[in-house]
Structures are given as structure tokens and as C-alpha cells.
Design a protein. Sequence first.
Length: 379
Amino acid sequence: MSITRSLPVIASWLLGTVAAPLTLAAALLAPGNASALDCGSNNGYTCAGTANQYAGGFNPGVGQGGFGGGSCIATKTPVVFIPGNGDSAISFDMPAGAVSGYTTPPRSIYAELKAAGYNDCELFGITYLSASERAAPQYNYHSPSRYQVLKTFIDKVKAYTGKSQVDLVTHSLGSTMALAMIKYHGNQSSVRRFVNIAGGLRGLQTCRSTGYQSTLATTCNAEAYVFPYDYYTFGLYPSTGVAYYGYNRWTGSGSGSLRSFPATYTGIRFYTITAGLRDQVHCFTTSYSSGCSDGALFNSAANVYAQVDVGAGSSAYSFDWDWSDGGPYNFGGGDTSNGVGHFRSKNNAGVIVRNMLNSDCTSNCGAGYSGVYGPVVNR
């Protein structure tokens, strides 16, 4: 299916007109003729298109919108996209941004996978936060109710495609939400590859300005400091390492932490794309900048195939960012300096994601991107 794009992105839906039943049948059976994801208008960070863009009879029955499904047969491992805080699934069709000294990538992540041969019945996305929650990202945190939405969606994708596994492409809060979901439900056998883009695996150093317990920014709270006060309900406050105030096993360095997941879930291949010091969500701070560039990284393990830093432009740690004052759209870092920061590490990285899903790349996952669309440094 051809997709016409401009900046801001406008993806044309091919809605065939019908002259006879045979024409309709042929149109429905033709690969790629299902409705494509359409970003619609955008603010440079998120897409504002139609919330529900399901097709081909796919109806997950969970979430606050999403996309996927088509009149085709899945032959590839289906991809499930999980967005970050304040964002929706359709933002995986967000157009790439300009990077000084480099060519702007021509396609979104979604469009890059379509160009690589994926059909609409192999590409799915789920919006797990409501509109009001997306409008107030400082209040959103990890909880079993959200894990259930993600698991149910994955199960629906598996049933719809007839496949036993999916690949997860996750961004920011979506990365840590998906990891916690795997642990909570023990459904690691459903995941073949996990691509983490800018996830707060080690917590967010920017949360230290807010503190480990804040009613104004519960996204930054430590483990069990948000209702219902259990291990599986947590925010992204970096662990103190001591089982007392500020303790957060998820963001700590122990065997059960998010960064150590690959060592436990050895059947999954893990990958990371980070913007390092250019990531304004991780590093928008002066007082707590130490370690912020490593915030999205897994610990080294045999099944961590590649972790790449695509950050470009200005470094982000310029101000102390109090999460209670706003959400993850604060100016700073590569995203606002013709570079790559927290959001463009997703929007610009389609070629890298394609390599991670369709090859066994390790040190060469940036092939076709590095030096063309921006820098790539193996971490």
C-alpha cells in the first residue's frame, strides 16, 4: 500500500470504492489494503489522529485506543507497540525530526516496518492510559490494572494472528510497564524480542527533585508509596539501595530490578535505544545528573544483543526539573536543538528498530542509520 506523507505527517487511508462484490472481495484480500495507521496532526511529540484505528475485525476490547489488524495473513512475528507516559499508540507514526548535519529519516517507526514488508495484520499498538491520564503524566505509575490491559491486548493479538509470540517495541513508561507486566503475569514465553526505547529502567534522576513520596507527582514515587501500597505498584524514583525511605527494588541494582531482567528472562532477546545525555526526561537536571545517561540501559547479559545511544544535539541537564510542575514535554536536550532526545530516539529510529527485529544484529544495529540520519554509539 502506498502511503503519502508530508510534515506534519498525513498518511492516506486507501478506502476502495466498490463497483461489484467481486471487486470488494479482491480489494479485501489484497495484501496491504487494510487501513493504515494515520498520525494525523501532531505537536512535534505526539500524534492527534483518531484514537481507535483497528481494522480487519480486530477488536481487543481493552485500552483507550490503538491500531492494528487487516485483511491479510500474518507471516512475521507480530509487533506490539507500547507508548510512553502522556502518549498514545498512534504516536508510533510520528514523523522524524530534523537533525543538524544529517538527513531527516523519511519514515516513522511504523512506516519503516511497513516499508520492510510488514502487513497491517502484523503491526499493533495499545493506548493504556485514558485521555485525562495522558493530560496529567505526572500522576501515572505502574500498577497491576495496567499490566492486565497489556497482557489482554497481547493475548488478543496472538489469537488474531495465530502466532504464539510477539515482539514488543516500547517507549519510556511503556518500557517499564511492559517489563513489570511480564513479571507480574509470568508470560515471558509470549515475547520473542523486546526493544526498549528510553525506558526508565534505573529510575529517573529527574525524580530526585520531587522526592520518593509526592501526591503532586506520583509517577516519581518509590515502591509501595502509591495505592494499593504493594510491590507491584511503583513509580520511577531511583532506589536508595536501602530497604527504607525511597527504597524501590524495581529501579535498584538487585537481581529483581528492571535493569537485570534479561538475566532472568533468558528466552527473550533484549535491545535498547537511548538518547543518553540528550534525553530531557532522564537528564533534565543539574543537581542529580550523575548516572542519568545510563538510565535506560539493561545490565550486560548474553541475551542483551545491543544497546545503542542515538542522542544528538545539546545535552539535557540544564535545569532542575520538578515533575510536579509539568509533564515530559519540558524543553531541553536533543529534541529541541535539531538533535535527538527522549522523543526523537523513538520517532527517528525506525531503521534501527527494523534491524533489531529482523536480524541478529549486535554491534551493527545502527546499519543504514549511523552517519546518515544521526550518530550511533554502542553502549
